[in-house]
Design a protein around this ligand. Structure first.
Ligand code: DX5
Ligand code: ZN
Length: 227
């Protein structure tokens, strides 16, 4: 199994965002996770396409854009044009998941679908072969720095089984409350992409934390090449 690390800039120092991104890039991060919130689907507001465009110019890494917004279809074109390499949408916020998946694909971006902690994995059963990534939220979306919800481990495991049974290639991304202490648990359950915000950017050297995470993954027997 391969592991990829996706630092979430939500917890970065926005006055020095370029430096923060360079630090995690030097530490071996595989992509930059960008959390977009609209104050409607989730009780918080973050950033929009202009910031994604600026980040695009600041790094070679793929931009993994996580849309926690009510009307994703209206904004997908702007995020794709701003340079998002993958766009992830929440099933809870969509009326026509299949149509939205096709819309993201039409821009040539990788497609992710996200499930809140309490949302059943059966919600995405029929689109599994149409998406590149399934994001299992391990906290309720809206804020960085929340505590990992333990029951999501079993959910990741069951999703992993479902993916393997169907035999599709999509990866499981996990997001929320993940750090060096619990990353082994989510990897063991079958996650392939680890998002971490606070654990990485609250440290004095974010790049060093990414490196430690990669070392830990390697000790646990995972390969950390970018796929
Ligand atoms: C939560 C976001 C996450 C979060 C991760 O709504 O989607 O990406 O910021 O941050 P930590 O690692 O601090 O939970
Ligand atoms: Zn996120």
């Amino acid at each position: 199994m391969t592991v990829q690390i996706a630092p979430s800039i939500l917890s970065a120092d926005f006055t020095r965002l370029g430096d923060e991104i360079r630090s995690v890039e030097a530490g071996g991060a595989h992509m930059i996770h960008v959390d977009v919130m609209d104050g409607h689907f989730v009780p918080n507001i973050t950033i929009g396409p202009p910031v994604v465009r600026s980040i695009r110019d600041a790094t070679q890494l793929p931009l993994d854009v996580h849309l926690m917004i009510s009307e994703a279809d209206r904004f997908i074109p702007a995020f794709a044009e701003a340079g998002a390499n993958s766009i992830t949408v929440h099933v809870e916020a969509l009326r026509h998941l299949d149509r939205t998946v096709a819309l993201i694909r039409s821009f040539g971006a990788r497609v992710g679908v996200a499930l809140n902690p309490a949302t059943s994995i059966t919600e995405i059963e029929h689109v599994m072969d149409l998406v590149d990534m399934i994001l299992v939220m391990t906290v309720n979306p809206g804020f960085g720095g929340q505590k990992f919800i333990p029951y999501t481990i079993e959910k990741i495991r069951r999703l992993r089984e479902m993916i393997d049974q169907v035999g599709v290639a999509c990866v499981i991304e996990v997001d929320g409350g993940i750090d060096l202490a619990n990353m082994g648990d989510v990897l063991g359950a079958g996650a392939g992409v680890i998002v971490a915000g606070t654990a990485i950017f609250n440290a004095s050297d974010p790049g060093a934390v990414v490196q430690e995470m990669l070392e830990k993954a390697s000790v646990l027997g995972y390969d950390s090449k970018y796929a």
